[in-house]
Design a protein around this ligand. Structure first.
Ligand code: SIN
Length: 293
């Protein structure tokens, strides 16, 4: 799909040549013709918003002017910004997370399938990730459509999942043994060991598109509500395995100053750790969302 319609002219200095090119079958599209460092017109906002709803994750390359202030301004046009309870934000910009992997780091922040902030009562709507320093190879981010994963299930499985709720918490991922906690991030003094638990429906209805998708993830979903972890494990394991099948995924090869904007309400992501000896530096703004239903 190539979109070059009349409403494609977004911010003032832009020409009419905005294009939206899908990068895989299930989700993901690259958009060109937008300068995120300039305020979006109403038509421009509508265009980006619709692209996010249509493709679940969108990518924009060559955005050299995206200062912290401008990244926040863009993200704020979609909602208020999240201040992470367990990771310290940038100095002067608590809503922005520096995600840095140094050449000698073995662990990797975001190195497991997850949906941002599902451990909160009102999880994140979306995340805007900006590449400041990328390795010469590797360091791609994978995404998986949880709408596609849900739609591919049998009617019998969909019926079984319909009434189920699941318990989410930061207690495993951000506790001392968790992948994210072990990555060389600035962990805040708040300890995740005793993080609260919140229940969300296993099948979530997207609040804007009305489409149904799975809303569980290996990092933050501990068990089904009303069941033990042991009882939950077989079905959760099946669903985690199913939800990351290749046919539901896309893969983004980063370049310096590229931006990824994903919808946490309907997709997972995974930061690959395949570039030992090199540095990778990303900056994330996370947009607050609604209580899942
Ligand atoms: C994240 O999980 O937010 C980080 C993703 C990445 O660094 O690619």
């Amino acid at each position: 799909m190539i979109d070059t319609g009349p409403s494609a002219c977004l911010n003032s200095q832009m020409d009419n040549s905005i294009t939206i090119l899908p990068i895989a079958g299930a989700l993901g599209a690259e958009i060109s013709g937008i300068d995120l460092s300039q305020p979006l017109s109403n038509a421009g906002f509508d265009k980006v918003h619709q692209a996010l709803l249509d493709h679940q994750v969108i990518f924009l390359r060559d955005q050299p002017g995206l200062t912290p202030e401008k990244q926040k301004a863009f993200a704020q046009s979609f909602g208020t910004l999240n201040v992470h309870p367990y990771v310290t934000g940038m100095s002067g910009h608590p809503e922005l997370l520096d995600i840095i992997k140094e050449p000698d780091d073995l662990t990797n922040f975001g190195g497991g399938w997850h949906s941002d902030m599902s451990f909160q009562e009102k999880p994140a709507l979306g995340s805007v990730l900006y590449a400041l320093d990328v390795p010469p190879y590797g360091g791609d981010t994978l995404f998986a459509s949880q709408i596609a994963a849900y739609e591919a299930l049998s009617d019998g499985m969909k019926t079984m999942l319909a009434g189920l709720r699941a318990v989410h918490s930061a207690s495993q991922e951000y506790s001392a043994r968790g992948t994210s906690a072990q990555a060389r991030q600035s962990m805040s003094s708040t300890t995740a060991e005793a993080a609260p638990e919140y229940e969300h429906p296993v099948v979530r209805t997207h609040p804007e598109t009305g489409r149904k998708g799975l809303y569980i993830n290996p990092a933050f979903t501990l068990r089904f509500a009303g069941m033990t972890r042991k009882e939950s494990r077989p079905l959760l394991s099946f669903l985690f395995e199913h939800s990351r099948e290749e046919r539901f995924t896309c893969r983004f090869r980063w370049s310096r100053h590229a931006v990824a904007f994903w919808d946490n309400r309907c997709c997972w992501h995974y930061a690959l750790n395949d570039y030992p000896g090199y540095r990778r530096h990303m900056r994330r703004a996370t947009i607050n969302g609604d209580q899942p239903f």
